[in-house]
Design a protein around this ligand. Structure first.
Ligand code: CP
Length: 318
């Protein structure tokens, strides 16, 4: 099969649009970048002559830095736009900003925005490739891909594993993208949260739902913890952080209910003492939180590579 046929999309907007074969292909490709990134010489010319613009309307440490590193290691010209310093501060709309950047002929635009659907909307107004780096509570596809790679490298095939996603599911794009991906690859997904932090119609998602952390963690292979996304909350969703930690925070006592070798994951940023205790977060025999960060660069390199295959060819003779 020609490489372009292994990923048949102009954009990477969500896990929803991807097939299991496309996901596995990107994870396989990322494996090669994990090895390359551990060498002193990390550069390739896969994106030589291409330009990548990062446009983040929300804060980020992991996603933005790893996209910038990924682009640079692949040889792309990588530009990081600070929203604080841009004309957005003068009232320019998202679409006008996107069309302005598009007029400069970038090849790829990676966008994070606080509104669900904003990145999909933007993609309809540009002709470069667009990557969703997180849109509101909707999707964060590269996070789910790096989480899958982390699981696969530690536990082998994802099919048949039981994965518990715990905490603020309602506001979490990470939870949504992971649910979609894990189900496509054949995992069993459990959601564990208080009723106030679950979306309506959760029973239609094809997952098991628990309100009791102790019951939900019983026998699971993987535990994904999520922080309380205060920035998306209008009103009160939990009585207090202290009470939330008592019932839903991952500590040694609750962890003991999962399989003895269950992995602890967290997309970051962590709020220690709120959704996770430092003892379990820092347990290097169980916690793969820093592996997730490392693999994030490789996964973003793989995403950029598959999208670049579907760009118009560069004429190196001109
Ligand atoms: N996981 C994640 O998206 O982290 P950042 O907000 O730091 O990018």
């Amino acid at each position: 099969m020609p490489p372009a046929a292994l990923f048949a999309h102009q954009h990477l907007l969500g896990i929803e649009q991807l097939s299991a074969a496309e996901i596995e292909h990107m994870l396989d490709l990322a494996e090669g970048y994990v090895a390359l990134n551990r060498h002193a010489h990390k550069k390739s010319d896969v994106l030589k002559g291409r330009s990548l613009i990062l446009l983040f309307f929300e804060t980020s440490t992991r996603t933005r830095t790893s996209f910038e590193l990924a682009g640079k290691r692949l040889g792309a010209d990588t530009i990081n736009i600070s929203v604080q310093m841009s004309a957005i501060k003068k009232g320019e709309t998202l679409i006008d900003t996107a069309m302005t950047l598009n007029a400069m002929h970038p090849d790829v635009l990676a966008v994070r925005h606080p509104e669900a659907g904003a990145v999909n909307l933007l993609a309809r107004h540009v002709n470069c490739a667009v990557i969703n780096a997180g849109d509101g509570s909707h999707e964060h596809p590269t996070q789910a891909l790096l989480d899958a790679l982390t699981i696969r490298r530690r536990r082998g095939p994802i099919a048949g594993l039981t994965v518990a996603i715990c905490g603020d599911i309602l506001h979490s794009r990470v939870a949504r993208s992971n649910m979609l991906l894990l189900k496509k690859l054949g995992a069993r997904v459990r959601l564990i949260a208080p009723p106030t932090l679950l979306p309506t119609a959760v029973e239609t998602f094809g997952v098991e739902v628990f309100h009791d952390m102790r019951k939900g963690l019983a026998g699971v292979d993987i535990i994904m913890m999520l922080r309380l996304q205060q920035e998306r909350m209008a009103g009160t969703f939990v009585p207090s952080q202290r009470e939330y930690f008592h019932f839903y925070g991952l500590d040694e006592e609750k962890l003991a209910l999962a399989k003895p070798d269950a992995l602890i994951m967290h997309p970051g940023p962590m709020n220690r003492g709120v959704e996770i205790d430092s003892v379990v977060a820092d347990d290097i025999t169980r916690s793969v939180i820093l592996d997730q960060v490392e693999l994030g660069v490789a996964v973003r390199q793989a995403c950029l590579e598959v999208l670049a295959r579907n760009l118009p060819a560069l004429d190196h003779n001109r």
